[in-house]
Design a protein around this ligand. Sequence first.
Ligand code: ZN
Length: 360
Amino acid sequence: MYRNAKNVGYYMIGDGALDQLHELMVPQRDAMPDAPVIYFIDHFFKHTDLVQRLPILEWDMRIFVDTTNEPTCESVDKYASEAKAFLNGEKACALIALGGGSTMDTCKCVGNLLTNPGDAADYQGWDLVKNPAPYKVAIPTLSGTGSETSRTGIMTNKKKGIKLGMNSDYSMFDQVLLDPRLPITAPRDQYFYTGTDCFMHCFEYLDGQYRNKITDAFAEKALELSKEVFLSDDMMSDHNREKLMIASFKGGMAAGFVGVVHPFSAGLSIVLGMHHGLANCYALSVLGDIYPEPYKIFNEMLDKQGITLKKGICANLTPEQYDQLYEASIVHEKPLINKLGEKYREILTKENVIERFKQM
Ligand code: ZN
């Protein structure tokens, strides 16, 4: 069976492109003149002039997304009920996300809940969303997750102990606006951890068995670009911020078809609350036998950018926590089969998995 793949509707890239948001929104505003736009803005920007530059009208809503922790089913439900209360039965003109992966994912998931009944947890999985979401715009301020082009919005489900997305064509953005000037204020380490998520998605995808020839081409290019950025002298130069935006945009199309890094990363996020990008770095640091070449390249990237991963993060956990780490990793059947085949549990035995966490 071939998969029918969707891409984002429109995209724009350029230094200072944010100033064109107003113009981009004209058709949407004209079509629904009294309807509010709901802005999802990373709380990191709450007191910055960036917010002043947004074309916010007096009847629009601003939601400052708390990105201290990554989105959970509870946080998405909370923002969805705030948005519904604000809309009071009316339709939204558009949803606009300004921020990194957590902010964009929150916007995607809330969007689906505005037009579909029930709670966030009801739609964790593949193609469970029935009705199209309102028109959505992504303005990434950090590159790497590919959330701006991917068809998923990831949420942690604390009750079930899993991290799983709303994988749906309706999760995708209708418009992406890429302004390479925006990530300039990002902390260096965060820029690295989030940025290398693109590298991880692409090599995991290209090393797996679930493939699509067009996605291959996107992933190969994104992998090449991300290597260039992180093996260069200054990953945050003007040129490299733009290059990473392009890599992330293309890599997002390959996101979702991952391998062994992402399940281990999910374990760390679930049990230790670690953010996704950093958790990926730790995961790959103990998977050198499974991914020898990416492991080698990644260590060069760390060296080149002067980033160090503090050792011993899982050294003194309780036996219950090691069990949880194992469970929260091994549960991700699809990606593990993608790399290791149906018999992945023979390689990743409980002892083997726990031993790897202890080495981090
Ligand atoms: Zn990822």
